[in-house]
Ligand binder design. Structure first.
Ligand code: 7TS
Length: 415
Protein backbone atom coordinates (compact mmCIF):
# COMPACT_ATOMS: atom_id res chain seq x y z
CA UNK A 1 0.00 0.00 0.00
CA UNK A 2 1.22 3.51 -0.74
CA UNK A 3 -0.05 7.02 -0.16
CA UNK A 4 -2.86 5.94 -2.53
CA UNK A 5 -4.59 4.65 0.58
CA UNK A 6 -5.43 8.18 1.61
CA UNK A 7 -7.66 10.48 -0.33
CA UNK A 8 -8.08 14.22 -0.50
CA UNK A 9 -8.81 15.77 2.87
CA UNK A 10 -6.62 13.22 4.62
CA UNK A 11 -9.28 10.52 5.15
CA UNK A 12 -8.52 6.85 4.57
CA UNK A 13 -9.34 5.46 1.14
CA UNK A 14 -11.04 2.45 2.67
CA UNK A 15 -12.26 0.93 -0.60
CA UNK A 16 -8.68 0.99 -1.90
CA UNK A 17 -7.13 -0.55 1.18
CA UNK A 18 -9.82 -3.24 1.45
CA UNK A 19 -8.35 -4.74 -1.73
CA UNK A 20 -5.18 -5.49 0.29
CA UNK A 21 -7.12 -7.94 2.51
CA UNK A 22 -7.90 -11.17 0.60
CA UNK A 23 -10.19 -12.50 3.35
CA UNK A 24 -12.57 -9.56 2.95
CA UNK A 25 -13.55 -10.93 -0.47
CA UNK A 26 -15.04 -14.11 0.98
CA UNK A 27 -18.65 -14.83 1.73
CA UNK A 28 -20.20 -16.23 4.90
CA UNK A 29 -23.69 -17.76 4.87
CA UNK A 30 -23.94 -16.72 1.22
CA UNK A 31 -23.46 -13.03 2.11
CA UNK A 32 -20.39 -10.79 1.87
CA UNK A 33 -18.39 -11.10 5.07
CA UNK A 34 -18.87 -8.15 7.43
CA UNK A 35 -15.99 -8.56 9.87
CA UNK A 36 -16.67 -6.65 13.09
CA UNK A 37 -14.43 -8.66 15.42
CA UNK A 38 -11.05 -6.97 15.02
CA UNK A 39 -10.67 -6.48 18.78
CA UNK A 40 -10.32 -10.27 18.96
CA UNK A 41 -7.95 -10.42 16.00
CA UNK A 42 -7.42 -8.29 12.92
CA UNK A 43 -7.32 -9.47 9.32
CA UNK A 44 -4.03 -9.45 7.41
CA UNK A 45 -3.08 -7.50 4.29
CA UNK A 46 -1.10 -9.12 1.41
CA UNK A 47 1.91 -7.00 2.39
CA UNK A 48 2.15 -8.94 5.68
CA UNK A 49 1.33 -12.33 4.11
CA UNK A 50 4.00 -11.74 1.45
CA UNK A 51 6.64 -10.69 3.98
CA UNK A 52 6.14 -13.91 5.98
CA UNK A 53 6.11 -16.01 2.81
CA UNK A 54 9.27 -14.34 1.46
CA UNK A 55 11.09 -14.92 4.74
CA UNK A 56 10.42 -18.67 4.64
CA UNK A 57 11.15 -18.95 0.92
CA UNK A 58 14.40 -16.97 0.92
CA UNK A 59 16.01 -16.38 4.30
CA UNK A 60 14.86 -18.97 6.82
CA UNK A 61 17.56 -19.92 9.34
CA UNK A 62 18.01 -19.81 13.09
CA UNK A 63 19.11 -16.46 14.47
CA UNK A 64 22.11 -15.35 16.54
CA UNK A 65 23.94 -18.64 16.13
CA UNK A 66 25.84 -19.37 13.00
CA UNK A 67 28.20 -17.79 10.58
CA UNK A 68 26.50 -18.75 7.36
CA UNK A 69 24.77 -16.27 5.07
CA UNK A 70 21.21 -17.29 5.82
CA UNK A 71 21.80 -17.16 9.58
CA UNK A 72 23.19 -13.65 9.24
CA UNK A 73 20.29 -12.62 7.02
CA UNK A 74 17.68 -14.01 9.39
CA UNK A 75 19.41 -12.32 12.35
CA UNK A 76 19.43 -8.99 10.53
CA UNK A 77 15.75 -9.33 9.65
CA UNK A 78 14.86 -10.15 13.25
CA UNK A 79 16.91 -7.32 14.75
CA UNK A 80 15.67 -4.82 12.15
CA UNK A 81 12.12 -5.75 13.13
CA UNK A 82 12.99 -4.90 16.74
CA UNK A 83 14.19 -1.45 15.73
CA UNK A 84 11.10 -0.91 13.57
CA UNK A 85 8.74 -1.91 16.38
CA UNK A 86 10.53 0.48 18.76
CA UNK A 87 10.04 3.30 16.26
CA UNK A 88 6.36 2.35 15.94
CA UNK A 89 5.82 3.00 19.65
CA UNK A 90 8.38 5.81 19.95
CA UNK A 91 10.65 3.93 22.37
CA UNK A 92 14.31 2.87 22.63
CA UNK A 93 14.89 -0.50 20.83
CA UNK A 94 16.87 -2.14 23.70
CA UNK A 95 13.56 -2.24 25.58
CA UNK A 96 11.73 -4.33 22.95
CA UNK A 97 11.36 -7.97 24.01
CA UNK A 98 9.66 -10.24 21.49
CA UNK A 99 7.13 -12.57 23.11
CA UNK A 100 4.13 -14.51 21.82
CA UNK A 101 1.36 -12.07 22.72
CA UNK A 102 0.12 -9.54 25.25
CA UNK A 103 -0.68 -12.31 27.72
CA UNK A 104 2.90 -13.56 27.74
CA UNK A 105 4.24 -10.00 28.02
CA UNK A 106 2.09 -9.32 31.10
CA UNK A 107 3.08 -12.66 32.66
CA UNK A 108 6.72 -11.68 32.14
CA UNK A 109 6.24 -8.41 34.06
CA UNK A 110 4.16 -10.08 36.77
CA UNK A 111 6.68 -12.84 37.43
CA UNK A 112 10.05 -11.24 36.65
CA UNK A 113 9.25 -7.83 38.10
CA UNK A 114 6.53 -8.14 40.74
CA UNK A 115 7.27 -11.76 41.64
CA UNK A 116 11.00 -11.21 42.02
CA UNK A 117 11.37 -7.60 43.11
CA UNK A 118 8.37 -6.64 45.26
CA UNK A 119 8.09 -7.41 48.95
CA UNK A 120 5.22 -8.93 50.95
CA UNK A 121 2.71 -6.16 51.77
CA UNK A 122 3.51 -4.14 48.63
CA UNK A 123 0.43 -3.23 46.61
CA UNK A 124 -0.38 -3.64 42.92
CA UNK A 125 -3.26 -1.56 41.54
CA UNK A 126 -5.34 -2.76 38.57
CA UNK A 127 -8.76 -1.67 37.28
CA UNK A 128 -12.09 -3.48 37.11
CA UNK A 129 -12.09 -3.12 33.32
CA UNK A 130 -9.06 -5.36 32.72
CA UNK A 131 -8.92 -8.30 30.34
CA UNK A 132 -8.19 -11.50 32.30
CA UNK A 133 -4.65 -11.33 30.88
CA UNK A 134 -4.04 -8.24 32.98
CA UNK A 135 -5.64 -9.70 36.09
CA UNK A 136 -4.97 -13.41 36.51
CA UNK A 137 -1.13 -13.22 36.36
CA UNK A 138 -1.19 -10.55 39.09
CA UNK A 139 -3.51 -12.68 41.24
CA UNK A 140 -1.07 -15.57 40.89
CA UNK A 141 1.96 -13.51 41.83
CA UNK A 142 0.13 -11.75 44.65
CA UNK A 143 -0.68 -15.14 46.19
CA UNK A 144 2.87 -16.40 45.81
CA UNK A 145 4.53 -13.27 47.21
CA UNK A 146 1.98 -11.99 49.73
CA UNK A 147 1.27 -8.83 47.71
CA UNK A 148 -1.95 -6.84 47.98
CA UNK A 149 -4.19 -6.13 45.00
CA UNK A 150 -6.50 -3.10 44.73
CA UNK A 151 -8.71 -1.92 41.89
CA UNK A 152 -9.70 1.38 40.30
CA UNK A 153 -13.44 1.40 39.55
CA UNK A 154 -15.34 2.52 36.45
CA UNK A 155 -18.39 4.80 36.31
CA UNK A 156 -21.75 3.54 35.09
CA UNK A 157 -20.92 4.99 31.69
CA UNK A 158 -17.58 3.23 31.50
CA UNK A 159 -14.97 5.80 32.50
CA UNK A 160 -12.07 4.98 34.74
CA UNK A 161 -12.18 6.56 38.21
CA UNK A 162 -8.62 7.39 39.21
CA UNK A 163 -8.43 7.55 43.00
CA UNK A 164 -5.07 9.24 43.74
CA UNK A 165 -5.01 7.74 47.26
CA UNK A 166 -4.75 4.28 45.76
CA UNK A 167 -1.65 5.25 43.80
CA UNK A 168 0.29 6.15 46.95
CA UNK A 169 2.47 3.75 49.00
CA UNK A 170 2.35 0.84 49.54
CA UNK A 171 1.40 0.80 45.83
CA UNK A 172 4.51 -0.15 43.84
CA UNK A 173 2.97 -0.90 40.47
CA UNK A 174 -0.15 0.11 38.52
CA UNK A 175 -1.16 -2.05 35.56
CA UNK A 176 -4.02 -0.85 33.36
CA UNK A 177 -5.39 -1.12 29.87
CA UNK A 178 -4.94 1.81 27.52
CA UNK A 179 -8.22 0.97 25.80
CA UNK A 180 -10.91 -1.37 27.14
CA UNK A 181 -11.59 -4.31 24.82
CA UNK A 182 -15.22 -4.36 26.01
CA UNK A 183 -16.26 -0.71 26.39
CA UNK A 184 -13.82 0.92 24.01
CA UNK A 185 -12.97 3.49 26.70
CA UNK A 186 -9.58 5.11 26.17
CA UNK A 187 -7.90 5.71 29.52
CA UNK A 188 -5.76 8.74 30.27
CA UNK A 189 -2.63 6.69 30.93
CA UNK A 190 -0.30 9.71 31.00
CA UNK A 191 -2.29 11.16 33.92
CA UNK A 192 -2.06 7.86 35.82
CA UNK A 193 1.66 7.63 35.10
CA UNK A 194 2.28 11.17 36.39
CA UNK A 195 0.45 10.41 39.66
CA UNK A 196 2.01 6.98 40.13
CA UNK A 197 5.55 8.24 39.49
CA UNK A 198 5.05 11.01 42.07
CA UNK A 199 4.85 8.32 44.71
CA UNK A 200 7.50 6.07 43.21
CA UNK A 201 5.18 3.45 41.68
CA UNK A 202 5.75 2.00 38.20
CA UNK A 203 3.12 1.79 35.46
CA UNK A 204 2.50 -1.15 33.13
CA UNK A 205 0.21 -0.53 30.15
CA UNK A 206 -1.84 -3.21 28.42
CA UNK A 207 -1.83 -1.64 24.98
CA UNK A 208 -3.36 -4.61 23.12
CA UNK A 209 -6.28 -2.45 21.98
CA UNK A 210 -4.51 0.88 21.53
CA UNK A 211 -1.25 0.31 19.65
CA UNK A 212 -3.09 -1.16 16.61
CA UNK A 213 -5.54 1.74 16.37
CA UNK A 214 -3.96 5.07 17.28
CA UNK A 215 -0.57 6.74 17.63
CA UNK A 216 1.00 5.49 20.88
CA UNK A 217 4.19 7.04 22.22
CA UNK A 218 5.98 5.37 25.11
CA UNK A 219 7.90 8.61 25.64
CA UNK A 220 4.68 10.61 25.99
CA UNK A 221 2.90 8.05 28.15
CA UNK A 222 6.10 7.86 30.22
CA UNK A 223 5.13 4.30 31.21
CA UNK A 224 7.57 1.67 32.46
CA UNK A 225 6.15 -1.38 30.67
CA UNK A 226 3.92 -1.66 27.59
CA UNK A 227 2.46 -4.86 26.15
CA UNK A 228 0.74 -5.60 22.84
CA UNK A 229 0.05 -8.37 20.30
CA UNK A 230 1.00 -8.48 16.61
CA UNK A 231 -2.17 -10.29 15.57
CA UNK A 232 -4.44 -7.41 16.54
CA UNK A 233 -2.47 -4.96 14.37
CA UNK A 234 -2.56 -6.70 10.98
CA UNK A 235 0.48 -8.82 11.92
CA UNK A 236 0.78 -12.60 12.31
CA UNK A 237 -0.47 -14.62 15.25
CA UNK A 238 2.27 -15.79 17.62
CA UNK A 239 4.34 -12.60 17.89
CA UNK A 240 3.88 -9.95 20.54
CA UNK A 241 5.89 -7.29 22.27
CA UNK A 242 6.84 -6.27 25.76
CA UNK A 243 8.51 -2.92 25.89
CA UNK A 244 10.20 -2.22 29.23
CA UNK A 245 12.54 0.48 30.44
CA UNK A 246 15.98 -0.97 29.68
CA UNK A 247 17.19 -0.18 33.22
CA UNK A 248 14.35 -2.34 34.60
CA UNK A 249 15.20 -5.18 32.23
CA UNK A 250 18.76 -5.00 33.56
CA UNK A 251 17.57 -5.39 37.15
CA UNK A 252 14.91 -8.05 36.57
CA UNK A 253 15.79 -11.75 36.57
CA UNK A 254 14.91 -13.76 33.43
CA UNK A 255 11.37 -15.13 33.06
CA UNK A 256 12.11 -18.19 30.90
CA UNK A 257 15.59 -19.70 30.69
CA UNK A 258 17.55 -21.97 28.38
CA UNK A 259 19.23 -21.32 25.04
CA UNK A 260 19.98 -17.87 23.59
CA UNK A 261 19.37 -15.94 26.81
CA UNK A 262 22.74 -16.89 28.29
CA UNK A 263 26.20 -15.39 28.21
CA UNK A 264 28.27 -18.11 29.87
CA UNK A 265 27.19 -21.48 31.22
CA UNK A 266 29.09 -23.91 33.42
CA UNK A 267 27.65 -26.97 35.07
CA UNK A 268 27.14 -24.95 38.22
CA UNK A 269 25.98 -21.54 37.09
CA UNK A 270 25.01 -19.23 34.27
CA UNK A 271 25.36 -15.57 33.45
CA UNK A 272 22.74 -13.80 31.36
CA UNK A 273 22.94 -12.45 27.87
CA UNK A 274 22.60 -8.72 27.48
CA UNK A 275 19.22 -6.98 27.44
CA UNK A 276 16.80 -7.61 25.74
CA UNK A 277 18.12 -11.07 24.73
CA UNK A 278 18.12 -12.13 28.38
CA UNK A 279 14.31 -12.35 28.06
CA UNK A 280 14.16 -14.27 24.77
CA UNK A 281 14.86 -17.92 25.59
CA UNK A 282 14.87 -20.42 22.74
CA UNK A 283 14.29 -20.00 19.01
CA UNK A 284 12.15 -16.93 18.41
CA UNK A 285 9.34 -16.41 15.90
CA UNK A 286 11.49 -14.74 13.24
CA UNK A 287 8.79 -14.93 10.57
CA UNK A 288 6.39 -13.34 13.05
CA UNK A 289 8.80 -10.47 13.70
CA UNK A 290 9.25 -9.96 9.95
CA UNK A 291 5.47 -9.94 9.49
CA UNK A 292 5.09 -7.54 12.38
CA UNK A 293 7.54 -5.14 10.77
CA UNK A 294 5.47 -5.27 7.57
CA UNK A 295 2.36 -4.56 9.66
CA UNK A 296 4.06 -1.50 11.22
CA UNK A 297 4.89 -0.24 7.72
CA UNK A 298 1.34 -0.87 6.57
CA UNK A 299 -0.30 0.94 9.48
CA UNK A 300 2.10 3.88 9.28
CA UNK A 301 1.43 4.24 5.53
CA UNK A 302 -2.29 4.35 6.30
CA UNK A 303 -1.57 6.72 9.22
CA UNK A 304 -2.65 5.88 12.74
CA UNK A 305 -4.27 9.27 13.26
CA UNK A 306 -6.39 8.64 10.17
CA UNK A 307 -7.20 5.12 11.35
CA UNK A 308 -8.33 6.48 14.72
CA UNK A 309 -10.45 9.22 13.10
CA UNK A 310 -12.03 6.66 10.75
CA UNK A 311 -12.88 4.34 13.65
CA UNK A 312 -14.41 7.19 15.64
CA UNK A 313 -16.59 8.08 12.68
CA UNK A 314 -17.67 4.41 12.39
CA UNK A 315 -18.46 4.29 16.12
CA UNK A 316 -20.56 7.47 15.93
CA UNK A 317 -22.51 5.88 13.09
CA UNK A 318 -22.79 2.60 14.98
CA UNK A 319 -24.25 4.34 18.05
CA UNK A 320 -26.86 6.05 15.81
CA UNK A 321 -27.68 2.74 14.14
CA UNK A 322 -28.11 1.02 17.52
CA UNK A 323 -30.49 3.82 18.59
CA UNK A 324 -32.54 3.26 15.44
CA UNK A 325 -32.70 -0.50 16.05
CA UNK A 326 -34.22 0.18 19.48
CA UNK A 327 -34.34 -1.90 22.67
CA UNK A 328 -30.54 -1.74 22.76
CA UNK A 329 -28.49 -1.18 25.92
CA UNK A 330 -24.99 0.14 25.20
CA UNK A 331 -22.32 -0.38 27.88
CA UNK A 332 -19.80 2.41 28.17
CA UNK A 333 -19.30 6.00 27.22
CA UNK A 334 -21.04 7.63 24.29
CA UNK A 335 -18.29 10.22 23.99
CA UNK A 336 -16.39 9.11 20.92
CA UNK A 337 -13.50 11.41 21.89
CA UNK A 338 -12.74 8.98 24.72
CA UNK A 339 -13.73 5.84 22.90
CA UNK A 340 -11.94 3.63 20.44
CA UNK A 341 -13.45 1.20 17.97
CA UNK A 342 -15.31 -1.24 20.24
CA UNK A 343 -18.95 -1.06 21.35
CA UNK A 344 -20.67 -3.58 23.64
CA UNK A 345 -24.43 -3.92 23.77
CA UNK A 346 -27.40 -6.15 24.45
CA UNK A 347 -30.82 -6.21 22.77
CA UNK A 348 -33.71 -6.42 25.24
CA UNK A 349 -33.19 -9.70 27.12
CA UNK A 350 -31.94 -11.72 24.15
CA UNK A 351 -28.78 -13.66 25.03
CA UNK A 352 -25.69 -12.25 23.35
CA UNK A 353 -24.86 -15.68 21.89
CA UNK A 354 -28.25 -15.73 20.13
CA UNK A 355 -27.57 -12.25 18.77
CA UNK A 356 -24.17 -13.42 17.49
CA UNK A 357 -25.64 -16.52 15.87
CA UNK A 358 -28.36 -14.63 14.00
CA UNK A 359 -25.85 -12.03 12.84
CA UNK A 360 -23.59 -14.80 11.54
CA UNK A 361 -26.44 -16.01 9.31
CA UNK A 362 -26.29 -12.56 7.69
CA UNK A 363 -22.50 -12.79 7.26
CA UNK A 364 -21.89 -10.37 10.16
CA UNK A 365 -19.13 -11.43 12.58
CA UNK A 366 -19.32 -9.96 16.09
CA UNK A 367 -18.09 -11.36 19.38
CA UNK A 368 -20.55 -12.49 22.04
CA UNK A 369 -19.70 -13.47 25.60
CA UNK A 370 -17.77 -12.09 28.55
CA UNK A 371 -14.82 -10.96 26.39
CA UNK A 372 -12.37 -12.31 28.98
CA UNK A 373 -13.49 -9.55 31.35
CA UNK A 374 -15.80 -11.31 33.80
CA UNK A 375 -15.26 -8.77 36.62
CA UNK A 376 -16.36 -5.98 34.26
CA UNK A 377 -19.46 -7.98 33.31
CA UNK A 378 -20.18 -8.33 37.04
CA UNK A 379 -19.72 -4.56 37.49
CA UNK A 380 -22.52 -3.99 34.95
CA UNK A 381 -24.63 -6.88 36.21
CA UNK A 382 -24.62 -8.85 32.95
CA UNK A 383 -23.29 -12.29 32.04
CA UNK A 384 -22.46 -11.43 28.46
CA UNK A 385 -22.69 -8.76 25.79
CA UNK A 386 -22.46 -8.61 22.01
CA UNK A 387 -19.51 -6.55 20.84
CA UNK A 388 -18.90 -4.93 17.47
CA UNK A 389 -15.32 -3.80 16.93
CA UNK A 390 -14.03 -1.96 13.89
CA UNK A 391 -10.73 -1.37 12.15
CA UNK A 392 -9.29 0.52 9.22
CA UNK A 393 -10.97 -1.73 6.62
CA UNK A 394 -14.57 -1.36 7.88
CA UNK A 395 -17.09 0.83 6.09
CA UNK A 396 -20.19 2.77 7.06
CA UNK A 397 -22.28 0.46 4.88
CA UNK A 398 -21.04 -2.52 6.91
CA UNK A 399 -22.41 -0.79 10.01
CA UNK A 400 -25.73 -0.46 8.15
CA UNK A 401 -25.59 -4.20 7.42
CA UNK A 402 -25.15 -4.81 11.16
CA UNK A 403 -28.18 -2.60 11.83
CA UNK A 404 -30.32 -4.59 9.35
CA UNK A 405 -29.20 -7.86 10.91
CA UNK A 406 -30.03 -6.54 14.41
CA UNK A 407 -33.50 -5.62 13.20
CA UNK A 408 -33.79 -9.33 12.26
CA UNK A 409 -32.87 -10.26 15.84
CA UNK A 410 -35.78 -8.16 17.12
CA UNK A 411 -38.16 -9.78 14.62
CA UNK A 412 -37.02 -13.34 15.42
CA UNK A 413 -37.26 -12.85 19.20
CA UNK A 414 -40.31 -10.55 18.99
CA UNK A 415 -38.68 -7.94 21.27
N1 7TS B 1 -5.51 -7.28 26.81
C1 7TS B 1 -6.54 -6.77 26.11
C2 7TS B 1 -7.02 -5.38 26.41
C3 7TS B 1 -7.13 -7.54 25.10
O1 7TS B 1 -8.15 -7.03 24.42
C4 7TS B 1 -6.65 -8.84 24.84
C5 7TS B 1 -7.30 -9.76 23.85
C6 7TS B 1 -5.55 -9.30 25.58
C7 7TS B 1 -5.02 -8.50 26.56
C8 7TS B 1 -4.94 -10.62 25.32
O2 7TS B 1 -4.33 -10.63 24.07
P1 7TS B 1 -3.62 -11.95 23.53
O3 7TS B 1 -3.13 -11.58 22.18
O4 7TS B 1 -2.53 -12.27 24.49
O5 7TS B 1 -4.67 -13.01 23.49
N2 7TS B 1 -8.64 -9.46 23.63
C9 7TS B 1 -9.53 -10.25 22.98
C10 7TS B 1 -10.85 -9.87 22.81
O6 7TS B 1 -11.31 -8.80 23.17
N3 7TS B 1 -11.49 -10.86 22.16
O7 7TS B 1 -10.63 -11.86 21.93
C11 7TS B 1 -9.41 -11.50 22.44
Amino acid sequence: MTELATIAGGALDVERLRTDFPILRREVSGQPLVYLDSAATSQKPVQVLDAVDAYYRRSNANVHRGVHTLAAEATDLYENARVRVARFIDAPPEGVVFVRNTTEALNLVAHAYAGAMLQPGDRIVLTVMEHHSNLVPWQQVAQLRGLQLAFLDVTDDGRLVVDPELLKPPTRLVSLSHQSNVLGTINDVAAVTALAHQSGALVCVDAAQSVPHMPVSVRELDCDFLAFSGHKMCGPMGIGVLWARPSLLEEMPPFLSGGSMISRVTLERTTWNEVPHKFEAGTPDVAGAVGLEAACDYLDAAGRERIHAHEQSLVRHLLDVLDEVGEVTVYGTRETAEQGGAVSFNIADVHAHDVGTILDRRGVAVRAGHHCAQPLMARYGVAATARASVYLYNTHSEIDALGDALADVRRVFRV
